[in-house]
Design a protein around this ligand. Sequence first.
Ligand code: GLN
Length: 489
Amino acid sequence: MDDEMLYKKTAHELKDLLKSKQVSSEEIVKNFYDRIEQVDSKVKAYITLCKDKALDKAREVDKKRVDGQQLSPLAGIPIAVKDNMCTKGIKTTCASKILDNFVPPYNATVIENLYQNDMILLGKLNMDEFAMGSSTENSSHYPTHNPWNLERVPGGSSGGSAAAVAAHEAAFALGSDTGGSIRQPAHYCGVVGMKPTYGSVSRYGLVAFASSLDQIGPLTKDVEDMALALNVITGHDKMDSSSALIDYPDYTDALKQGVKGLKVALPKEYFEQGVQKEIKDKVLQAAKLLEKQGVIIEEVSMDLTQYALPAYYLISSAEASSNLARYDGIKYGYRAKNYDDLLDMYKQTRDEGFGKEVKRRIMLGTYALSSGYYDAYYKKAQQVRTLIKKDFDTLFDTYDCVLTPTGPTTAFKIGEKVDNPIEMYMNDICTVPVNIAGIPALSINCGFDNEGLPIGMQLIGKAFNESMLLRLAYAYEQNRVLDKNQPSL
Ligand code: GLN
C-alpha cells in the first residue's frame, strides 16, 4: 500500500482497506498526522491535536479487528471536530479567549457517538469565536486559510472543518451550523456539507450560540461519506430536550434509490440578490444535469426570502446574548487579573475575554430583548420565522427538494470584509432561511469560478428527509464533470 496516498482517500475507501486488512488504523492515523505536519502551517485548520490519544486508540481498534471483533463500518477512521463540541480531557476553546484554558469534564453526545463507533479523534478545529462569523477570521487563535487559495478565507464559522477536509487533514469533520456555518465553508472549500434537521443530532455538549437554530453536521469528501457520517451522529438523545424521537433510517440506502420523477423547485429570489454570475450559471447547469436524469425542475417564487436575514440576525443575537451570560470568570475559563470588586471582575473578564463580533451580537441581542423593543424586534422576527417556515411547508406539498446557490459569492480575500459586518452578514443570505425553518440542507461542489475557486449548490429538503438530499446529491455527483478535484497544496 502506497502510504502517501492514504490521506487522500474518502472515508468509505479507507473503510474498505481496513476491512480487507490492507492497512491498519495506526498506519492511516500516522499518515494523517504527517499530512497535518506538512500542510497545517499554511492552512491553520487545527487548534489542538491529540496525537498520543489518537495513536493509542488506533492500536486498540486494530487489535479488536485482529481479534475478529464485530466493528462499526467507520471503526479506525480518523476525524476531527470543530472546537465548540465538548471533549472530555481535551481543551475546548470555541476560539475564544474566554474559554482559552477550558477542559471539559464530559463529552458531547456526538463525541460519544464517534467513540462508540471506534472512530479516531485527530484534534479540534478552528472556527469563528462562538461560531459567530462567515470567514474564521473571528478566531482568537489565528485565521484559517482556504486550501484552494491561501490568500482567501475558507468561509465560516466552521472554516477549520471545511479546510481540514479539503486539505486532506482529516477523513471527515464535524461542524455546527446556526445560519450556514457548515454549508457556506463547504461551498468555499469544495466539499460536501450538511446541516441536518433541527433535533436529529444531539446538541448536548455543543457550546450554545443560538439554541433554536444550532445544529451539528458533517463535512465530507463525497456524498457516500456523508451518508455514513449521518449514520453515526443522528439519533434520539435524552440529554437534549429538543432531540427528536423518531426512527432514523440507514442513510446509505438513499444512495441506491435513483432520482427519476423527483420534483425540484428553483426559487428565483435565490438567484437575484447580488449572486455572482458564475455561481448562477453553474447551479443552473447542475439543474440541467439533474433534468437529464429524469428530475423535473420548475422555477418558483419565495417572496419572503428577503426577510430571512434580518430575522436571523435578531433571533440569533437575542439567543446568544442570553446563552453567553454564563461566561462570568467564575464557572469556566478566563478571569481578568485586575479588578476592584465582584461586579468589576465580571465586567473586566467579559471585556477582555470576548472579541469584537461577540460583543456586537451580545449588544444587539440585549437591545432586541429589552422591554419596549421586544415586540418591535424579537417578536416580529419570530412572526417572520413562522411565515418562512410555512412558505417551505407549502412548497414541499408539491416539490421534493429546493435547489439554490449556497452563497452569493465565492471565497473572498482574507481581511476584505472584517471591517464591514453588514457585508459579512450578506454571505448568509442563501443559508439562513433553512435554519429559521429547522429543515435539512446540503451543499455540494458544482464547479469553479474563473479564478479556480469552488462553487457550491444547496439542496434543501423537508424536515427529517435527509435521505432525499442524499439521493439527489449522489445522482448529481456520479454524473458531474469537474475541471479540478483537489487543491494543489
Ligand atoms: N455566519 C452566520 C453568523 O455569523 C452563521 C453562523 C453559524 O452558522 N454558526 O451568525
